[in-house]
Design a protein around this ligand. Sequence first.
Ligand SMILES: Cc1cc2nc3c(=O)[nH]c(=O)nc-3n(C[C@H](O)[C@H](O)[C@H](O)COP(=O)(O)OP(=O)(O)OC[C@H]3O[C@@H](n4cnc5c(N)ncnc54)[C@H](O)[C@@H]3O)c2cc1C
Ligand code: FES
Length: 278
Amino acid sequence: MLNNIVKKEKLAYGVHLFWIENPIISKKAKPGQFVIFRIHEGGERIPLTISKTKGNMFRVIVKAVGKSTYELCKLKENDYIKDVVGPLGTPSEIKRYGRVLVIGGGVGIAAIAPIVDALINVGNKVDTILAARNKESIILEDEFKDSENLYFATNDGSKGEKLFPNQLMEKLIKEEKYDVVWAIGPALMMKACSEVAKQHNLKIFVSLNAIMVDGTGMCGGCRVRIKDTLKYTCVDGPEFDGRDVDWNSFLTRLSQYKAEEKKALENYLKIVGEPTWL
Ligand SMILES: Cc1cc2nc3c(=O)[nH]c(=O)nc-3n(C[C@H](O)[C@H](O)[C@H](O)COP(=O)(O)OP(=O)(O)OC[C@H]3O[C@@H](n4cnc5c(N)ncnc54)[C@H](O)[C@@H]3O)c2cc1C
Ligand code: FES
């Protein structure tokens, strides 16, 4: 079958894991790449990172934030995704760096899982930080056991350190010499980690969650300013050196449709009622 949901699991409130059958994507996908889903005819396009592959299936982990992701999280096992395009984007730059620090924040933990595995497989020593607002929002902890050191940072201190991930990053950098950093999570977290990396003259890969439409470099929707040049996140990224990203223009573009997005979710909830499935 193509694009059917083989397995669905709730990992935290509003965060759902999906295994989707699609042999082409599962065979070709590399760490750092993503797919674009369209749930039904006329639906919005949802970019999602490929978080793992197994046989004929690939995994995505979705956080419900607006109308389309609420709709996606409502689907059940054996339902189908109408269209899935991928794998898209330039894969992560996996090579032997030496000592690597990888930071995953919230649903960004799903994106770092294949990157950590690939970095360890080519001989790097990887320290991993899993960060979230609280203990309940830390996902996939078991998948990071092969890290040299596994650290946790929560906003409320319910697991690991009561620190923001950039603060824990700063602390670790003072104790250990890292050759490169990855930080994937909310835009503000990636911006803060990039500032720390800049101060310490350290290369940092971030994965930009720009607003995307076609995912092929044609529509211009996902353009970002990197070191004074315009790049398309979907084909030139999604990973860039966070020190080169013009974060202010990126954050402004991300919030450009906030009012429309809020309205779309309100209208959807008027039709479906309480989102009890989240
Ligand atoms: C390369 C890439 C990989 C991503 N991987 C994941 C992932 O693995 N898991 C996950 O939960 N989310 C991921 N996202 C974000 C996810 O695509 C958006 O949360 C989703 O499209 C929001 O749609 P919505 O209708 O539910 O929310 P909306 O109400 O439309 O928007 C809510 C928020 O999502 C952002 N957003 C809206 N549309 C898009 C869009 N087409 N592309 C990107 N952001 C958008 C808005 O700026 C806003 O901040 C990824 C985004 C990109 C670009
Ligand atoms: S999504 Fe259209 S150019 Fe990138």
